[in-house]
Design a protein around this ligand. Sequence first.
Ligand SMILES: Cc1ncc(COP(=O)(O)O)c(C=O)c1O
Ligand SMILES: [Zn+2]
Length: 421
Amino acid sequence: MFVKGLKCRECGKVYPRDLVYVCGDCFGPLEIDYDYDAIRRVLTRRAVASRPPTMWRYAELLPLDGPPAVGVRVGCTPLLPAPRLARAWGCREIWIKNDAVQYPTLSFKDRVVAVAISKALEFGMETVGCASTGNLANSVAALAAQAGLEAYVLIPADLEQGKVINSLVYGAHVVGVEGQYDDVNRLCAEIADRFGWGIVNVNLRPFYAEGSKSMGYEIFEDLGWRTPRNVVCPMAGGSLICKLRKAEQECRALGLLESDAPPVKYFGAQAAGCNPIVEMVKQRRDFVRPQRARTIAKSLAIGNPADGYYAYKTMTESGGGADDVTDEEVVAAMRELAESEGIFTETAGGVTVGVARKLVAAGRIPRDESLALCITGNGLKTQEALSGVLRVERVIRPNLGEFERLVGERPADRRLQIAAR
Ligand SMILES: Cc1ncc(COP(=O)(O)O)c(C=O)c1O
Ligand SMILES: [Zn+2]
């Protein structure tokens, strides 16, 4: 048992291990308070290496009282070298943390939900829910089904079909709400109060958010307990980017990282049509100005991000930064990642790759420094983004002559490209 209790991120007031999420004194958000001295004695590199390849190999740094009840196989997604992308951008070293193949619902949200629903069971809850831009809904629906819990997932009514079906199939109550994510979130806060359910990103938030740290631990461990000098991470509510830095700080404090591992610079990525956190960084303003979202990157479309202030601090304190990309650049980047590295990511991944490309081109991320890209979701869920852009070249009759004509008619440059491969 390594959780001492909860602690206010603003005033430091401590609370017992319970279902609390805001500070009664200052309304600051609460965070898990760990006994790091006790953790240091057991969580050695050797202990980690001896455990199964899941996020639970770092269990001491996750806020459960016992073993996880659901999401037992979540985590340890591949960290892949991306040599073709690196060559195209002129970079020495690019890594891709590929949560597009996360188990079971193909996004990094399985990490946070595995913690949240296991915690809901520890609290004896029977109904769980969430306010979601899509991926969280998929994960809550699937893991609630594994747990045998009733689930209410609330989403903006205009989400992609793939995200909606991927929640419905698990038997969850999927509630489309007229409005934007921020309207859905406000409603969920009221629902948590009224019904006492476990809303994973409202009243379970301090526990839930900790799951994101596992993405960081895995990157560092896979690099031989070293760090990438730069990390580019997509932002919606702004939680993931904060938790990656927290993971780095914990690994350093626990002596897991090599002592000469350089500090990581964290860069946040958003779509230009919903960039409230990027604007904070660009304008050096430490408070959020809420926006109305208009972008195809719907999973990142949070106009009033809960962790905007902390994400801002993560980027500025670490020497990183932030940038945004247009919807056209998102689509181009989705294609670039697929064509260069064989990875089909959703629009959020397009935002990450597009922003990284821009930061490298501008010299903000030096080409001779290592770079890791957090690919957090799967392209099969947001096919609308590409369905108007990509087409089968031509349908032919099943005879060789037609095929030869098709090959012969292809533009010369395209043929050259194929020959060069
Ligand atoms: C695919 C994907 N990537 C990144 C994020 C951003 O996460 P956070 O809200 O922690 O900033 C989300 C959030 O919904 C997401 O769905
Ligand atoms: Zn407080």
